[in-house]
Design a protein around this ligand. Structure first.
Ligand code: RUB
Length: 319
């Protein structure tokens, strides 16, 4: 495996590269790098190598379905080429082109989601956001660039403080932003017109997996009758969930929550650190995709349109 792939995997694990959309584009690019640097001449060896690289990348962030879908997108094209008996140079080109196409689609999705989602924001609106989602922030920035005067509440997003990244990013745009601790959400939610958040995965029933704390925020927004808008490209939709598969929630290192020193002192203490949670569709008003706005209950239609109805008997990265 190319050395650059090892570095990419480490950067994703350590969250130097983070956010589902970016992770998706990064792993697609990783397959492109692997294809470009493959030195052999045997097509079977090439397929084996790309599958192995895919399996390696898959382990970095288990919840980010964009990661799986990016790999699926590239491997599906490669598989077609292989089945058609293409030679090694053509297979390499197919891999490179598919990776580029995935990244292009993802960047276009960001633009479209910003355009579509920002139409729901009115002049004077107050928005509440959680974590640091490029898709959610694209909507907010577009509304601001269109001249709408908006205010944003960003919660800290413990334990990794992605809310601070959001606050910085919005400040740089000249947007009025207030940073609060996560536990103050219920105090400020009443001032908000919308909660706008991203997604790591969308299940067939419209449930949204996003940074831990999203479900609590959505439930208090629901209680306060504040609309919850999720910004998610269609490659966040999880094809295996309509076959009953559950989305795995990543558990991260407990030392993101407590210092090693305190942990050693507090003998018998248990610590849990789930990175994501699941927001049920009842707490979500709409999902903004690059193809348009849908009710969460329509997630199944997106999945059917994108992946068809067939079950994946075997994942494309399996031997
Ligand atoms: C990031 C997170 C983001 C989604 C969507 O978690 O939960 O809300 O990934 O982001 P982490 P985007 O910091 O653990 O990666 O809209 O950029 O895909």
């Amino acid at each position: 495996m190319d050395k650059q792939i090892l570095q990419i995997a480490q950067d994703i694990k350590e969250m130097k590269i983070r956010g589902a959309a970016k992770i998706g584009r990064t792993v697609a690019t990783a397959l492109k790098i692997e294809a470009e640097n493959f030195k052999g001449k045997d097509t079977n060896e090439f397929i084996k190598d790309i599958k192995e690289t895919s399996r390696f990348l898959l382990e970095t962030r288990p919840t980010a379905v964009s990661l799986e879908n990016a790999l699926r997108f590239v491997l599906l094209e490669l598989n077609k080429g292989f089945t058609n008996g293409e030679d090694i140079d053509t297979l390499k080109k197919i891999t490179i082109n598919a990776a580029d196409e995935f990244c292009e689609n993802s960047n276009l999705a960001l633009e479209r989601i910003a355009e579509i989602g920002s139409k729901r924001i009115r002049d004077g609106d107050v928005i509440f956001t959680h974590c640091n989602s490029s898709m959610a922030l694209a909507i907010i920035k577009k509304a601001h660039r269109d001249g709408k005067k908006i205010k944003v509440f960003a919660d800290e997003t413990r334990p990794r403080l992605q809310g601070l990244l959001t606050a910085k990013e919005l400040l740089e745009e000249g947007i009025d932003v207030t940073l609060i601790v996560d536990s103050a959400a219920r105090i400020f939610i009443r001032e908000a017109d919308h909660v706008i958040i991203g997604a790591d995965a969308v299940a067939a029933n419209g449930a949204v997996v996003n940074k831990v704390g999203t479900a609590t925020l959505a439930s208090i927004a629901h209680e306060a009758r504040v609309k919850v808008i999720v910004a998610a490209e269609t490659y966040k939709f999880h094809p295996q969930t309509y076959c009953g598969e559950l989305i795995e929630i990543e558990e991260r290192d407990i030392f993101e929550v407590i210092s090693e020193e305190d942990y050693k002192k507090l003998k018998g203490l248990k610590v849990k650190n789930p990175a994501f949670d699941v927001t049920p569709p009842e707490f979500i008003d709409l999902i903004v995709t690059e193809k348009g706005i849908i009710a969460p209950q329509a997630a199944i239609l997106v999945l059917k349109e994108t992946y068809g109805l067939g079950l994946f008997e075997k994942e494309l990265w399996e031997d």
